[in-house]
Design a protein around this ligand. Structure first.
Ligand code: SF4
Length: 448
């Protein structure tokens, strides 16, 4: 059976250049290989980019684009297609027929890109099977089954479900009998269930050999994305991580993580390794052990990759001893999110640590020579201007870089999905107008 894994391009006002490696698909690929299959990868999210017309859904932004007042001027330049052009994607799909396609549709924001890909595949290969997985289909399964030409939705982590789906398609049987593999024929109960989550201690390393050299390149360096854990033990109100990972937090053996780091350095010349974990250091002990092991490895080996944790590090079980170890291990930056300075809003949102802990770890990180990037959420329901001003003042008082994560709502109705992105300032409220949101965003941006 010929299997093609496809990572769609992305259209947005900006992207983070190093997030182009489809780690989920690479894990599925290595699991399929282990089961005896030979999948291929089409990574459409390349480093290419092309400015495209502003979609009509964003016409509400027009009055802010090039606004004469720089404080409320829309902060991004152009709406851009990041990756292979649609013409090139169409030609590649047409010329490379496969029996089964797995499509990654990670975010609600980019659902149209995944949908367009599904249409292209079905246009040229009507009888091919198309399965889609990721946060968005796991959350909005009915949409894919009823409004796209997709055959199956894989809900949750894809490794086990993908292998079982291929085996059943080959041998004959009802894929709908697999938990979390959903088609229009599935029962309501099956539509709710998730695929079986794998034991991540035993997963083969992601099949990075399917990537091209260009997929590792960003900012003139070789980047690699990896994870040491899945899930998060915390329960922050606004977080959608549970959609995929469920309620279980699982971490890998440190030795296994080190072996993967070494492989990334030796085989792919990694200059920078970005941990994509939701919660990289769940306990102080794990953080100490992991960082000590990396420091020891670096002393023995002949390579010195830099490490980043761009998703941020959750601080509930950490203290001032951790940042110096991070620096020694090769981190140059600490990304941490306060979300809000208000103790009340922290509590309502079940945040696992308070402003005092944020401050003490940020101070320790600065002393250790780490650049500190502090994040907060701008525009959460119920927030008012004073709360945002207090939060910005609190963080700026520590002389750290302040970054707003503009709130968006992945549980919104379908007609709003495209606008629910951090770059589109869509969610106005009586307390915070769009001008307010843009102004606060710009205030923070001016310092870095
Ligand atoms: S700590 Fe982060 S990953 Fe964990 S639940 Fe909260 S927001 Fe989500």
């Amino acid at each position: 059976m010929k299997i093609l894994l496809v990572n769609p391009p992305v259209e947005d006002f900006y992207i983070t250049g190093i997030r182009r490696q489809p780690l989920g698909l690479l894990y599925i690929a290595s699991s399929l290989r282990e089961a005896g299959y030979n999948p291929e990868l089409l990574n459409c999210h390349t480093g290419k980019k092309q400015v495209v017309d502003l979609p009509s859904e964003f016409s509400y932004l027009k009055e802010y684009i090039d606004h004469p007042d720089p404080q409320i001027r829309f902060p991004f330049k152009n709406y851009t297609h990041y990756g292979m052009s649609w013409q090139e994607i169409e030609a590649r799909i047409k010329n490379n027929p496969s029996d089964l396609y797995f499509i990654s549709s990670l975010f609600t924001t980019y659902y149209q890109e995944a949908e367009k890909l599904i249409s292209i595949i079905k246009k040229y290969h009507k009888n091919a099977i198309v399965a889609v997985g990721g946060y968005h289909p796991s959350l909005h399964t009915d949409y894919y089954l009823n409004k796209t030409e997709v055959d199956y939705v894989i809900k949750g982590e894809g490794e086990i479900g993908a292998v079982r789906l291929v085996q059943l398609l080959e041998k004959g049987g009802e894929p709908e009998s697999i938990p979390g593999i959903v088609s229009a024929k599935s029962s309501d109960e099956q539509k709710i269930s998730m695929t079986d989550a794998p034991d991540i201690k035993n997963l083969p390393f992601p099949a990075r050999d399917l990537l091209l050299h260009r997929d590792f390149r960003a900012y003139r360096k070789n980047f690699v994305s990896m994870i040491s854990s899945r899930g998060c033990p915390n329960r922050c109100e606004f977080c959608t991580g549970r959609t995929i990972w469920g309620n279980r937090y699982r971490s890998r053996e440190i030795e296994d993580v080190l072996n993967e780091i070494m492989q990334c350095c030796e085989n792919y010349g990694a200059d920078i390794i970005n941990f994509e974990d939701d919660n990289l250091f769940p306990t102080k002990k794990y953080a100490q052990q992991m960082l000590a092991a990396i420091i020891e490895m670096k002393e023995k080996m002949n390579f010195f990759p830099e490490f980043t944790a761009m998703n941020g590090i959750s601080l509930e079980n950490l203290d001032e001893e951790i940042p110096p170890l991070m620096k020694l291990a090769g981190f140059n930056e600490l990304n941490i999110s306060l979300v809000t300075q208000s103790a009340e809003v922290q509590s309502v949102n079940r945040r696992p640590f308070d402003s005092a802990r944020f401050r003490s770890i940020a101070e320790s990180a600065k002393k250790s020579g780490l650049n500190v990037r502090g994040y907060f959420i701008l525009g959460m329901p119920g927030q008012d201007k004073k709360e945002i001003e207090d939060t910005i003042t609190f963080m700026k008082g520590m002389k750290i870089q302040v970054f707003p994560s503009v709130f968006y709502n992945v549980f919104s109705s379908e007609r709003e999905w495209k606008m629910q992105r951090s770059s589109a300032f869509f969610n106005e409220s009586p307390e915070l107008s769009r001008s307010d949101l843009i102004r606060f965003f710009n205030i923070c941006g001016r310092d870095h």
